[in-house]
Ligand binder design. Sequence first.
Ligand SMILES: Nc1nc2c(ncn2[C@@H]2O[C@H](COP(=O)(O)OP(=O)(O)O)[C@@H](O)[C@H]2O)c(=O)[nH]1
Ligand SMILES: [Mg+2]
Length: 222
Amino acid sequence: MSQVNVPVVRNILQANERIAAANRKRFEDAGIYALNLMSSPGAGKTSLLERTIEKLAGHVRMAVIEGDLQTSQDAERIQRKGVQAVQINTDGGCHLDGNMVQIAMDALDLGNLDLLIIENVGNLVCPAEFNLGEHDKIVILSVTEGDDKPSKYPAMFQQSSVLLINKIDLLPYIECDVEKIRRDARRLNAHQEVFEVSCRTGEGLDAWYAWLEEHVRDHRKR
Ligand SMILES: Nc1nc2c(ncn2[C@@H]2O[C@H](COP(=O)(O)OP(=O)(O)O)[C@@H](O)[C@H]2O)c(=O)[nH]1
Ligand SMILES: [Mg+2]
C-alpha cells in the first residue's frame, strides 16, 4: 500500500506548492501581506481577527478568507466588523489548500488591499502541511489547551513565525505553565515571536498590532 500512496501524496503536495507559489506572486504584485492563521478549534482565531480589525480599521485595508468545515458564521462575524470576508467550506476537509485560496481570492478586490488574513480550519496538524502562498504562518495556542501542545504538535510550531498564547485572563483558574510553552516553542523555532494575549480583555495585544503593522508596511508596494 505505502508504495502506491507515497508518490500520490508527494504529487498532491507538489501540485499544492505550485498553486501556492502562484498565489504568493499575486500577493506580491498587489503589495498585500498575507497571513495563514492556525490553531485548534476555539483557541480564538476569529476573536483575534475581530480585535485586529477594530484596531487597524481606517489605516490598513484588510480582507479575510474564512475556512471552516461547514457554515459561514465566522465570515458573518467578520463582515459585521465592516471587513470583506469570503467563506470557504471544506465540506469535512481538515485544512485549506492553495487551490481553495486561489478561488476565494478571485472574489476579492486585491488592488485595494494591504493585508489578507486567512483563518484556517481549526486543527493543529493538517493545516501545517499545506502552504497557501502566505508570507507568514501564525499559530494561536490558548492556555486552556494545555502546556504540552508545542511538543505534541511540533510541525505547526516549527513553521509559524508568531505564536500567540491566548486566554491569559484564564490563567488564575487553570494549571498551565506558560514558561514551558515558551521553552518548548523556542526549542522548535528559535526565531519565533511569542506574544501572551487575551482577546477577551485586550491585554498584550498592542505588541501583536505593532508586529503586524510593521510587516504590512514592509510588504506594501512602494
Ligand atoms: N476567556 C477568554 N475567552 C476567549 C478569548 N479569546 C476567545 N475566547 C472565547 O473562546 C471561544 C472561541 O473563540 P473563537 O474566536 O470563535 O475561536 P476559533 O474557533 O479559533 O475561531 C469564544 O467563546 C470566545 O469568546 C480570551 O482571550 N479569553
Ligand atoms: Mg473561527
